[in-house]
Ligand binder design. Structure first.
Ligand SMILES: Cc1ncc(COP(=O)(O)O)c(C=O)c1O
Length: 316
């Protein structure tokens, strides 16, 4: 085993483990494009287990700094999962109360993980998805605005800013001038917006792509089909150089493939990102004879399992 000096360190707080995630080179699924480097940034190595630790921390820190979030307020937000886990971890580590609004049919794992940190859950209609959770949280906050800090990851500029300041910079630190392409799928769009803005400032042109579920009804948890959704205020369709549709089947198939061939078990949005990265790699191989494509593994596949360890009783 090689010594990883960056990870061999002491930390004063769990939140100091956020960021500085490594980039893994994909070999087996990119075998047919030998002159293109394909990397996936392992965001599940953040301590909350996902890419959302970065924007959640930034939104909380910025609000504490300018007085929007004080100890007497409850942080409330609508989240399908990973941002809720991140808020919950941050709230526990910093001593703030957290309430989350999520569709009743969100996975049991998500509910159990957030509650393990002491977070209170409020359920919205399972028929209305993440947009229903947004509508309900807005109603709750409008009825008692002084009681809550509502970061609203869909409108909060600190969300893409976190990726501009960290994700984008870390990618350039890792692969430098070799990078030719970047792709991130759209949820709130924070990852794609912030990282793309940073990469577009680089000295040479980096082709940045936003991947999007191809269908309105899709199985890529965490991602939004913009044409049929409430479009996040932080989303600016002029930022990416290209929008690439990815089908649920492509995302799920790639998730299985990287688990079996690379030993990398990612959630379906990570599978969608890798599927898009491979399409870009095929194009780079055909048109330019090589390149370097970077994408993101937003979380790990086991986040979508029923967590037996957290059951109160076992059925043998
Ligand atoms: C599993 C998963 N993948 C992808 C995303 C999309 O990231 P972003 O919100 O930065 O667009 C999210 C978050 O919303 C997510 O939870």
């Amino acid at each position: 085993m090689k010594l990883n000096l960056h990870r061999c360190r002491t930390l004063p707080n769990v939140l100091d483990a956020i960021g500085n995630t490594p980039l893994l080179r994909l070999k087996a699924v990119a075998k047919h494009v030998p002159d293109v480097e394909v990397y996936v940034k392992l965001e599940f190595l953040n301590p909350g287990g996902s890419v959302k630790d970065r924007p959640a921390l930034r939104m909380v820190e910025d609000a504490i700094a300018d007085g929007r979030f004080t100890k007497d307020k409850i942080l409330i937000d609508a989240t399908s999962g990973n941002t809720g886990v991140a808020y919950s971890m941050i709230g526990a580590a910093m001593g703030y109360k957290i309430q989350l609004v999520l569709p009743k049919n969100a996975s049991k794992a998500r509910k159990d993980i957030t509650q393990a940190y002491g977070t209170e859950l409020i359920y919205s209609s399972p028929m209305e998805g993440s947009d229903g959770a947004i509508r309900l949280v807005r109603k709750i906050v409008s009825e008692a605005p002084d009681r809550y800090f509502y970061p609203d990851q869909y409108t909060n500029p600190s969300n893409p800013l976190a990726h501009y300041l960290t994700t984008g910079k870390e990618i350039l630190d890792a692969v430098g001038d070799r990078i030719t392409h970047f792709v991130a799928a759209l949820g709130t769009s924070g990852t794609a917006m912030g990282t793309t803005r940073r990469l577009h400032e680089h000295t040479h042109k980096i082709h940045c792509v936003a991947a999007e579920p191809a269908e309105a009804m899709h199985g890529l948890e965490g991602l939004k089909h913009m044409a049929s959704s409430i479009v996040p205020a932080i989303y600016d369709s002029t930022v990416p150089d290209e929008i690439m549709p990815i089908t649920t089947d492509e995302g799920w198939d790639m998730t299985e493939k990287v688990a079996e061939l690379e030993g990398l078990f990612v959630g379906h949005s990570g599978g969608a990102n890798i599927a898009a990265a491979i399409k870009l790699a095929e194009r780079a191989q055909a048109e330019n004879g090589g390149g370097c494509v970077v994408t993101v593994a937003c979380d790990r596949g086991d986040r979508y399992f029923e967590p037996v360890r957290w059951e109160k009783s076992y059925v043998w």
